[in-house]
Design a protein around this ligand. Structure first.
Ligand code: GDP
Ligand code: MG
Length: 449
């Protein structure tokens, strides 16, 4: 395929920032939905994704906007502290990010964590200086470009705006970053990337969308050029009524068809390619659109036989006629092998279960660090089932304290819980890694007494 502005895939944009900065609400505002209002405690618990087709972006910006990309794929990352690792995987897949900062709070702990991840991955980002409507006396100008909205404000509001903006620019300087309001220069780029927004009344949303599209299509042509080499990562493995076990994938580049043979680490054939309707969230329950063929970028749900063996966080490979299946299988196993190497060879240790390969890696890394040093006998990904309890139960006769499952950010099936109780396998669940360690150590102490 030719590298040109006429052959671009949709940029993938990740939303990051401190909890409550307004990440989900911003997306809601762009889509005209209310996902945030329906969340437990208002916290985003899973990675969500939304596809914004170019025509929708045009509607929200201006009719004559030059849009060379087919759309934008926006990923909303979990805001919860314990998902730091998932977040790092999320941002690694992204072409550009939006870092949401609450104008009344400035840079907070998770803003800085997000900044460090972005720096590490060398991902360019736009700063949404959100909640401008909370400046005292703000006059709402629904969905107006920010310059126009600021013109309507009183001197007092403008003063507060400028004071807070200057403080936040200083905070960015302290992080080694030189950032200014985006419209203070015609030059596009990292320096001029602050966009004031309100996720409630929509001021600055046109600016944000336009900057995202123009920046990516102008400066990332090479990265965004469509390719027929499939690049795809499994986000989640889950059971969906009527479809069996399905996988949600971030499909970064290439083309997928119904009937394609896929590997990762199972070998199977795509039965159906499903997407949410445009502008809707993948995680909101509803109907799906079925496709014969999908071109990147997109988040898709794949149905196929054997997907219960797929693993979140791993890459998915497609076997084309000119590929050797064994080579593809080997490539698919590489990610897994790196994790497997961490299990104790003696087989003596606790059983560790996590939601994704990424979170498992993070948990193993923590448990094996010198000051924690909990031996690991076995690992699993996904919900805790009876078979996991049976595997952990092997330790009952060797070292009773290791007949334990540390379950990180996964559900424990009723049957598994009952079996564990019956055979005396302990299950500790938590969605913060540190809590698992504390629970396990308290248990060890209790046994010693
Ligand atoms: P997240 O944790 O970053 O996803 O934040 P949410 O989107 O869940 O928003 C956190 C809270 O801030 C919710 O109560 C939102 O209604 C509120 N909020 C978000 N954006 C704005 C905004 O621009 N203006 C005002 N006034 N409130 C906002
Ligand atoms: Mg959220």
């Amino acid at each position: 395929f030719e590298q040109s502005e006429d052959n671009l895939r949709s940029p993938i944009c990740c939303i990051m920032g401190h909890v409550d900065a307004g990440k989900t609400k911003l997306l809601d505002c762009i889509r005209g939905t209310n996902v945030q209002g329906g969340e437990a405690g208002g916290i985003t618990q899973q990675i969500g994704a939304t596809y914004l087709p170019a025509e929708k972006i045009r509607e929200r910006t201006k009719p004559d906007a030059t849009l060379k990309v087919p759309g934008l794929l926006v990923i909303d990352t979990p805001g919860h502290e314990s998902f730091a690792n998932l977040r790092s995987r999320g941002s690694g897949l992204c072409d550009i990010a939006i870092l949401v900062v609450d104008i009344k709070c400035g840079l907070e702990q998770q803003t800085i964590e997000s900044l460090n991840l972005l720096k590490m991955q060398n991902t360019k980002f736009i700063i949404a200086l959100n909640k401008v409507d909370r400046l005292f006396g703000w006059k709402k100008c629904p969905n107006a470009p920010i310059k126009k909205a600021l013109k309507q404000q009183s001197e007092d509001v403008l003063n507060e705006f400028n004071i807070r903006l200057t403080q936040i620019i200083t905070q960015f300087k302290e992080q080694g970053l030189n950032r200014e309001l985006y419209y203070t220069s015609k030059k596009m780029g990292e320096t001029f990337s602050i966009v004031p927004t309100s996720a409630i009344s929509g001021e600055g949303i046109p600016d944000l969308l336009l900057l995202l599209v123009q920046w990516t299509q102008k400066t990332m042509v090479e990265k965004l050029t469509y390719s027929n080499e499939v690049q795809c990562t499994v986000l989640e493995v889950k059971v969906v009524e009527g479809h069996g076990t399905t996988i949600d994938v971030i499909f970064v580049n290439g083309v997928l068809h119904e009937g394609d043979q896929i590997v990762g680490p199972i070998v199977t054939t795509i039965r159906a390619l499903l997407t949410p309707h445009p502008m809707e969230e993948l995680r909101v329950k509803g109907t799906y659109l079925r496709h014969n063929e999908v071109t990147a970028s997109m988040v898709i749900k794949i149905t196929a036989k054997g997907l219960q063996h797929a693993i979140a966080g791993t890459s998915l490979y497609v076997v084309r006629p000119d590929h050797d299946l064994e080579d593809v299988k080997e490539a698919a196993m590489a990610d897994m092998k790196a994790v497997m190497r961490r299990i104790d060879r003696s087989g003596e240790g606790v059983y560790v279960q996590a939601s994704t390969l990424g979170s498992l890696e993070a948990l193993l890394h923590f448990l094996m660090s010198p000051d924690v040093n909990i031996p690991i006998g076995g690992i699993g990904i996904g919900p805790v089932h009876k078979k996991d309890v049976m595997k952990a139960g092997v330790m009952l006769e060797k070292k009773r304290e290791y007949a334990t499952i540390l379950a990180f950010d996964v559900v424990v099936s009723q049957e598994a819980a009952e079996l564990a109780k019956a055979v005396n396998v302990k299950i500790f669940s938590a969605d913060v890694i540190f809590h698992l360690k504390r629970k396990f150590e308290a248990y060890i102490d209790e046994l010693k007494e």
